[in-house]
Design a binder for this molecule. Sequence first.
Ligand SMILES: Cc1cc2nc3c(=O)[nH]c(=O)nc-3n(C[C@H](O)[C@H](O)[C@H](O)COP(=O)(O)OP(=O)(O)OC[C@H]3O[C@@H](n4cnc5c(N)ncnc54)[C@H](O)[C@@H]3O)c2cc1C
Length: 472
Amino acid sequence: MIRKTDPQTIAPYLTDGSNFSGGSADEVIIPESVDELIIFLKSNDRPITIAGAGTGVTASCIPESGLIISLERFVELGNIINASVDVGPAVSLAQLNDYLEPSQYFYPPNPTESLASIGGTLATNASGARSYKYGATRDYVLEADIVLADGRALSLSRGDTIDQPLKFSDGSEESFPEISYTSPKCKNAAGYYVRPGMDWLDLFIGSDGTLGIVTRIRLKLLPRPASFISGVLFFESEEASWHLVSSIRNSDDEFINPCSLEYFDRRSLDRLKNKFEDIPLDAESALFFENDINLQEEYDLALEAWFDYLNGKGVLLDDSWFAQKPNDLKRFHEFRHTIPVMLNEENSRLGRIKIGTDMAVSDSHLLDVMRFYKGELLKRDIDYVIFGHLGDNHLHINLLPETHQIDQAHDIYNILVKQILEWNGTVSAEHGIGKLKKNYFSQMVGESSLEELRSIKKMFDPNLFLGRGNIL
Ligand SMILES: Cc1cc2nc3c(=O)[nH]c(=O)nc-3n(C[C@H](O)[C@H](O)[C@H](O)COP(=O)(O)OP(=O)(O)OC[C@H]3O[C@@H](n4cnc5c(N)ncnc54)[C@H](O)[C@@H]3O)c2cc1C
């Protein structure tokens, strides 16, 4: 086991994509095996924060105090067996994708940040562009090995439901408490997942490092599509892109069945023009789309169907980009990835903590929510950028206040939250609650539900050691 106590070697573990500062830890523990981890935990008496790759945006991996446990030595990648693969939690998405590249399989969840670790994506139930069709990390976790803060270990598989007690390696058992809280039905990553009769595994997925330490994960894989039709569509108005998404959802054309529908508002495009000079000057918004194709011989038919379909829908067709070669698809992903990176860099440069929303509503509120966001934001003179997963009614509004406008930015955030909750939406659809969104989460669920969720936390971690300051 490696132990780091020098503040300089601890410092890199005290940051993530939120630009949150003020974290503190007196030691980083790096176990080399599960046995070593268990032995350490059995005699530990300090709060623990689990470190992933530090790409989260809610400060959930940044400790308030105590120690950090980093699973960075857990980087095994097993053989592909029955369309599944065992991975260590520190394997990054990029490493997993490279590993799968020569095979006939692919791993669909693709949170834009490919440096994220699989353990971190499980703990946040991360999703991304392709979740529109393929779902979130939760849908691809088949099994997990978990160690609790007191050193008890368990292995969970699909089909182990909360109707049966949970059995630990030392013979002890825990039953799921009687609670009335259930998670919202829209895309959601806020707080613990709770549904009647669910798998125990689902409780740990999205628990933001507060219930257990994940040491092995078995992931489900899907057959790799033959290819993707993809493009970046530019629009003559913002409303035209919102309407296109509604229209695509209702389309019964077999070839209009995208897996990604990612939005960029005019302000995103203005920033992106610094790096992508061929963005048309008159574009008011853009959509990055990908449509997976199962049979290569259908590619041309599908492409033709897309061109026909887009006609007369407010798309600047002559100026839009369509992938002609594999590198183009890479470039479009890069285009999508660049906007949050640019904003995170801007925040770091200006010493500003990220003030970005991660809220989602159900399909029926897509147009309402877009008009509401624009209406509220245009009333103020705070700079902002809207981008994200329009197909899932899940936009990231990044508020970019000057120093004297920070309180005002939080006031706007509160106004947006209130309306989203009136529409039964969620305050976090993919990033989790972490340390930065607790206030919004408590508004979302209310005090009595929070108390119920605390009872789940105490069941697994009575000393409240793990992920202190996250979610609750
Ligand atoms: C530019 C950019 C774009 C992004 N785009 C997206 C996006 O499209 N979709 C999306 O969902 N997210 C996105 N994110 C957020 C981030 O990539 C995800 O939240 C990711 O899942 C975090 O993984 P990580 O390994 O960096 O975890 P960390 O940030 O290190 O940790 C996150 C949480 O996971 C816990 N954790 C880590 N490892 C374990 C483990 N082994 N066992 C138990 N708990 C653990 C930590 O304690 C913490 O609570 C983006 C981030 C950036 C910087």
